[in-house]
Ligand binder design. Structure first.
Ligand code: C2E
Ligand code: MG
Ligand code: MG
Ligand code: MG
Length: 299
């Protein structure tokens, strides 16, 4: 082990920094080709009706099949894509691909209730309004019904928001799509913004849903109160509330009691490749509902 301290430690530190910086540069260079080389793909996580366990839709979640690093989750490359601006072409591809897949499922499932499609959008994609043409083009070229598309924005869009942000959101709404705030409760959304901006859905952040399980174990009503407050806020502003990261039956029960009617999480299903989603959709909602105690379901 090299000498820790003084110059020695400095050298080790510098070498690690260099390795990190090189790693980032390499990843960035690879990312520039990821689209041409068809290395990106989408997984889809089911979104369910919390009252009966039925699948209402799916959320598209991007993955990168990196030639040497394997399958990368968004945490490993989306932040860098946001910094470099590559998230704009990547996001454009995500929108088009998700809508294409959505139409393919609709055609195969003709006669069944149509599925909603949620797509994540970075604040960066809203700059200069590029997102409006990207969404319009994805809808136009695929024929996906705008009313079934939910764009998930993060509270980051409100950080430097001005009238131009409002105009972009209004232009998106004019296309007929719905807008949601993802990871709600963790960031910068003020009540004023929620009232002023054309938002339809609040997605309660997983950390609050985690708290619901703790509350169950520890009898801490403070955690439940936070989730309840978000649902009440949604009701007040006429917004739908959805819960993310539902992992356990007690959380599902609590959410139902709070009046939150839509959710997603490992309890219902993980993000899956498209062919496995198709199989998942064939499954009946009944087994999911059976996770709840009979008393909760009311029979
Ligand atoms: P998100 O939009 O909040 O998506 C939910 C994330 O939580 C997904 O991780 C999902 O797989 C994971 N998750 C769902 N249910 C559970 C659960 O019960 N327990 C746990 N522990 N995790 C759960 P993933 O796919 O790694 O995505 C992470 C984030 O990356 C997303 O968070 C979203 O902010 C971002 N992201 C994903 N796809 C895109 C994209 O196409 N564009 C942009 N801009 N961001 C994306
Ligand atoms: Mg999301
Ligand atoms: Mg989320
Ligand atoms: Mg989240």
């Amino acid at each position: 082990v090299a000498k820790r301290g003084g110059k020695g430690r400095h050298a080790i530190y510098a070498r690690e920094m260099n390795a990190d910086a090189l790693d980032r540069l390499e990843l960035e260079a690879d990312m520039r080709h990821a689209l041409d080389r068809d290395e990106l793909l989408l997984h889809y996580q089911p979104i369910v009706d919390l009252t009966d366990g039925r699948v209402l839709g799916v959320e598209a979640l991007v993955r990168w099949h990196h030639p040497r690093r394997g399958l990368l989750l968004p945490g490993a490359f989306v932040p860098l894509a946001e910094e470099t601006g590559l998230i704009t072409p990547i996001g454009r591809w995500v929108l088009a691909e998700a809508c294409r897949q959505g139409v393919a499922w609709m055609q195969r499932r003709a006669g069944t209730a149509p599925l909603t499609l949620s797509v994540n959008v970075s604040p960066r994609q809203l700059q200069h309004g590029a997102i409006v043409e990207d969404v319009a083009s994805a809808l136009r070229t695929t024929g996906f019904p705008p009313a079934l598309l939910l764009l998930e924005l993060t509270e980051g869009i409100f950080m430097h928001s001005d009238d131009s942000t409002l105009e972009v959101l209004q232009a998106l709404k004019a296309l007929g799509v719905r807008l949601g705030i993802d990871d709600f409760g963790t960031g910068y959304a003020s009540l004023r913004y929620l009232q002023r901006f054309p938002v339809d859905v609040l997605k309660i952040d997983k950390t609050f849903v985690d708290g619901l399980a703790l509350a169950e174990e520890q009898g801490d009503s403070g955690e439940v109160a936070l989730a309840r407050a978000i649902v009440a806020l949604g009701d007040t502003l006429s917004l739908r509330t959805m819960a993310e990261g539902v992992e356990a039956t007690p959380q599902w029960e609590q959410l139902r009691r709070l009046g939150c009617t839509i959710g997603q999480g490992h309890l219902f299903g993980r993000a899956l490749p498209p062919d496995e989603v198709a199989a998942f959709l064939e499954l009946d909602a009944e087994p999911r509902l059976r996770l709840l105690p009979a008393s909760a379901v009311g029979n």
